[in-house]
Ligand binder design. Structure first.
Ligand SMILES: [Zn+2]
Length: 207
């Protein structure tokens, strides 16, 4: 048991270095994918702390009352691994939720599918807008998408959008969902955002 836990933790550590790059720096690949000019890849040594995001924005995010993005996972089971150092210069900037391969991944909020994107580190991923396009929710390492999922399609909170897996650089024996939230800037571009720690918004939802 102990050994399994250690192995999973190690696997996350390895897997999520590049996923963070994929989400944080998805700018490069994403920019190419949608035909915009190559954005400047900004890679702060440490992601901005929550306090760098205006309080009214955090309040708006809190008001979204996010669902847990993996079916059958209790709020009390979530662990805050947002700040875990993935290498000397980057922290994780997301949380990992371990689950069996094939466990349904659930939209945390209403909104729409911003992008279905496959990358080497993140594997099969989904970017989802909230209804006001202030936030992007990022789901990575999916085994597959829910059948029929399409870009620009509306989604409802609680809707199954994919399944937990190990695509990208996740360790094959440690399936998990890598979940991130980005606060968008005025461009509302799905690949440009400031990461915020999803953990408090998932666990502190009004009970
Ligand atoms: Zn991760």
């Amino acid at each position: 048991m102990q050994r399994t836990a250690t192995r999973i933790r190690l696997a996350f550590t390895v897997a999520c270095v590049a996923v963070t790059i994929a989400s944080g720096l998805s700018a490069l690949a994403a920019g190419e994918a949608v035909g915009v000019g190559r954005p400047v890849a900004t890679s702060p040594a440490t992601p901005p702390s929550q306090s760098d995001v205006p309080e009214h924005v955090l309040h708006a995010l809190r008001e979204r009352r996010l669902a847990i993005p993996v079916a059958g996972v209790a709020r009390s089971a979530l662990r805050d691994n947002y700040e875990e150092r993935r290498d000397r210069t980057r922290s994780h900037a997301a949380i990992d939720i371990a689950a069996e391969r094939g466990t349904p991944v659930i939209a945390v909020d209403d909104g729409s599918i911003a992008k279905l994107f496959r990358s080497v580190p993140g594997g099969t991923t989904i970017y989802q807008f909230d209804p006001d396009r202030r936030f992007v929710y990022y789901y990575a390492h999916l085994d597959r998408y829910e059948a029929g999922l399409r870009e620009a399609a509306p989604v409802r909170r609680g809707e199954v959008i994919g399944y937990v897996g190990t695509t990208g650089n996740a360790a094959p024996d440690a399936p998990h969902l890598h979940f991130a939230i980005h606060v968008l800037d005025d461009s509302r571009a799905w690949w440009k955002g400031t990461p915020v720690n999803p953990f408090p918004f998932l666990v502190e939802r009004v009970r």
